[in-house]
Write a protein that binds this ligand. Structure first.
Ligand SMILES: [Zn+2]
Length: 54
């Protein structure tokens, strides 16, 4: 499942792939730190709940 995150530097939406994890795969794991595709700024993934992306 993909999740939407907003870059803290430029406000652009970034979609990150959340890898299913946990016994029932009810949890998802995304990178702790990711770089914005637009401005290349480093962002830290916020605590959930996250916004699922289409
Ligand atoms: Zn950005």
């Amino acid at each position: 499942m993909n999740f939407e995150f907003v870059c803290g530097w430029c406000g652009e939406e970034n979609v990150l792939y959340g890898e299913p994890t946990g016994w029932w795969r009810e949890l998802y794991r995304v990178p702790d730190v990711w770089d914005c595709w637009l401005c290349d700024g480093a962002n830290t993934t916020p605590d959930g709940p996250w916004t699922p992306a289409d």
